[in-house]
Design a binder for this molecule. Structure first.
Ligand code: ADP
Length: 375
């Protein structure tokens, strides 16, 4: 295993900046996930680590060694991609061992490594199977085993689960965590799926428009997002946002007032701010004891109810004048979590409270987080 360091990596394609001055230190044995929307520069960053792309500026170190201009094969890395390219005419054993045989490892060594790798991904007993006789998940495990046998210092995985169905994705998530525990290898993982990033990683690196937004453990990104982008991207369903201004008494928007002391909160009267609150941090006023520090009640109308089994999502409108937007998250709209046995129905008038210990305040102009509670 080895550390990976990105020193001011920039990658330009003509006028377009795919990766913008990225600085990142990934520790020995760490599982770090690059996450962000499509086109944000995740794969390009990964390719500079893999050696498939030479950065326009900056350098890459693996295990303290500058590898910026080395070919992929000399970097001590193994890669697994979204498109599983197994040799269709070879059985599992031959697929996994192909690279080792190409490098003329002796037969005993090849057998040992293949057996160990197959064991890690639980493919023992399937060595004679042909790819066409396997499920998508099994084929992906063959691809991972093929990467493992090279005993890399760093694993690079670019959307390896993207082509699997939802159930298999969840199953493979656990498999990959076990794999990391067993191999104790540095893993760098790319996905646009914040759920995969949250569940598997030691740290996630959230990227937008080629720039690193936050690099922190998953729960830190969830509970203390550095800016509006991270707050909106991490967590599903997403955080509610309310845009407004700071007043002498706190916050005012078209539909919502919240009281706080601007001085303690670190904001100026008149400043444009955005309040962020996750669905699970809003409660019915009747159940306000669920909030550690409830705000005073706000009125709302229940627009749509979505029973999920373990909870109920309720889409609320601040009053009759709000035009519900298609995604249910426009101005004057809030999504909240209710307990599964709630008797609330569409059309009901309700009163809600926000939990002040989990209300985030952002500067609207810069998007930067100011505080993660209302003092
Ligand atoms: P992601 O992996 O986050 O979806 P990419 O790293 O693939 O994003 O792409 C980042 C940006 O760089 C995109 O705008 C993409 O169009 C551009 N880009 C990527 N590769 C190339 C290339 N070979 N030539 C030109 N533009 C590219």
């Amino acid at each position: 295993m080895a550390s990976v360091t990105l020193n001011g990596i920039t990658k330009r394609y003509g006028d377009e900046i795919a990766v913008d001055d990225m600085n990142l230190e990934i520790n020995d044995g760490e599982f770090v996930t690059f996450v962000g929307p499509s086109g944000c520069g995740k794969s390009t960053t990964m390719q500079t680590i893999a050696g498939l792309t030479i950065p326009t500026e900056g350098s890459v170190e693996i295990g303290g060694r500058d590898v910026t201009n080395l070919p992929p094969k000399d970097r001590g890395i193994s890669m697994v991609f979204q498109n599983i390219a197994l040799f269709p005419h070879m059985d599992v054993y031959d697929n996994i061992s192909f690279g080792l045989r190409l490098r003329k490892y002796d037969q005993e060594e090849v057998d040992r490594r293949v057996e160990e790798a197959a064991d890690v991904v639980q493919l023992g007993g399937m060595m004679d199977r042909m790819p066409e006789e396997m499920s998508g998940g099994q084929r992906q495990r063959v691809a991972i085993a093929r990467a493992i046998v090279r005993e890399p210092e760093v694993f690079l995985m670019d959307e390896p689960l993207a082509n699997l169905d939802a159930e298999l994705k969840v199953h493979m998530r656990t498999q990959l965590q076990r794999l990391h525990r067993k191999l104790d290898t540095t893993i760098i993982y790319v996905t646009h799926d914040q759920a995969q990033a949250m569940t598997m990683s030691d740290r996630i690196a959230v990227i937008d428009s080629g720039e690193l937004q936050q690099v922190d453990p998953p729960l830190k990104c969830y509970n203390e997002p550095d800016n509006l982008f991270v707050a909106g991207f991490i967590g599903s369903p997403a955080m509610n946002f309310i845009e407004g201004q700071v007043t002498t008494d706190g916050f005012e928007s078209r539909y919502t007032d919240l009281s706080f002391d601007p001085d303690i909160q670190g904001v100026d009267v008149g400043q444009d701010v955005t309040v962020g609150v996750r669905p699970e941090n809003i409660h019915l006023a009747a159940e306000r004891d669920k909030a550690e520090e409830p705000t005073r009640p706000l009125e709302a109308i229940v627009d749509v109810i979505e029973p999920m089994g373990d909870k109920v999502f309720a889409y609320l409108l601040s009053d009759e004048s709000v035009e519900a937007s298609a995604e249910g998250r426009g101005e004057g709209q809030l999504l909240i979590n209710l307990p599964p046995d709630t008797t609330i129905q569409e059309g009901d008038d309700v009163e809600i409270v926000l939990d002040r210990t989990n209300v985030h305040l952002f500067d609207t102009a810069s998007g930067d987080a100011i505080r993660h509670e209302l003092a």
